[in-house]
Design a protein around this ligand. Structure first.
Ligand SMILES: CC(C)(COP(=O)(O)OP(=O)(O)OC[C@H]1O[C@@H](n2cnc3c(N)ncnc32)[C@H](O)[C@@H]1OP(=O)(O)O)[C@@H](O)C(=O)NCCC(=O)NCCS
Length: 246
């Protein structure tokens, strides 16, 4: 049973999320670290880019899970961690065939992957994006009036970063609620704090309001050089802790 915040009555996590990003250069060669189910899945991908992105996501997730659970990180230990997806795409983790004490979220983008791990029972979503220019219509197509005001208040590269952050926040939210973008982007409002600050985790709130789905999600964002990372969950908690030195 989780404690609740005395002011908001929102559930409060007992354990910090752990986060990790890895690139292809970090990934062990071969398939020995994949579980038998994962090997089968891996071989079924038609396109090599999707297969390599998927593998990097699995690699990043397994390392993060192993660190959190205090498992060794050799190939055999990593192959006992099996990460599958439910029919909606949400990832689930088994360790040596048993449900584990943790839940996770995965993102991959441009040769890099991110994974966050939380206690099982906590709903969470992470996203990794590049701060890069988007076409004129991107923000208008996907952001609501509140978000457009946040993005347009910033010039040049800061606007690109703000747009990447707002998008990542929405994507984290649809992972945390488990729907993906089957719900419209306009039904998700991202409210990040201090968009211009770089380098450390900053607070992020995201509201999801669609049909009978009403969720207040809480989390954190950070920008490191060209990358923006977001993480939200259904409870208030401290910023995610790095699973490995970053
Ligand atoms: C969830 C979603 C936003 C992720 O977008 P993406 O561009 O693949 O971005 P990312 O790389 O950041 O995330 C991928 C990871 O999200 C996770 N994910 C996928 N669907 C999820 C869901 N419903 N809930 C939680 N996490 C989910 C998976 O772990 C996936 O990685 P994996 O397949 O390697 O395990 C997107 O897939 C989506 O909206 N899906 C639902 C709608 C849909 O099915 N569209 C089909 C194409 S139009």
């Amino acid at each position: 049973m989780y404690a609740t915040d005395p002011l908001t009555q929102a559930p409060v996590g007992t354990e910090k999320a752990t986060w990790l990003t890895q690139s292809h250069a970090h990934m062990a060669p071969g398939e020995g670290w994949l579980s038998p189910n994962e090997v089968e899945r891996c071989r079924a991908f038609r396109f090599s880019k999707r297969r390599e992105d998927w593998k990097l996501g699995r690699w990043t997730a397994k390392l993060n899970v192993a660190r959190r659970l205090g498992l060794t990180e050799d190939v055999s230990s990593l192959s006992a961690i099996d990460i599958s997806n439910d029919e909606d795409g949400k990832p689930h983790v088994l360790v040596a065939g048993d449900p584990s004490a943790c839940a996770l979220s995965i993102s991959h983008r441009a040769g890099r992957a991110m994974c966050t791990v939380v206690d099982s029972g906590v709903r969470n979503g992470c996203d990794l994006e590049l701060c890069e220019p988007h076409g004129e219509t991107f923000a208008a197509d996907y952001f609501n009036a509140e978000e457009l005001a946040l993005a347009h208040a910033r010039p040049g590269a800061d606007r690109d970063a703000a747009i990447a952050l707002l998008w990542a926040a929405k994507e984290s939210a649809v992972k945390a609620v488990g729907t993906g973008f089957r719900i419209p982007t306009g039904s998700i409002t991202a409210l990040p704090e201090d968009i211009t600050v770089r380098g450390d985790w900053r607070p992020l709130n995201v509201a999801v309001d669609y049909a009978d789905l009403h969720e207040a999600l809480h989390g954190w964002w950070r920008i490191d050089s060209a990358w923006v990372m977001t993480w939200v969950s259904d409870r208030r908690s401290a910023p995610p802790a790095a699973a490995l030195a970053y």
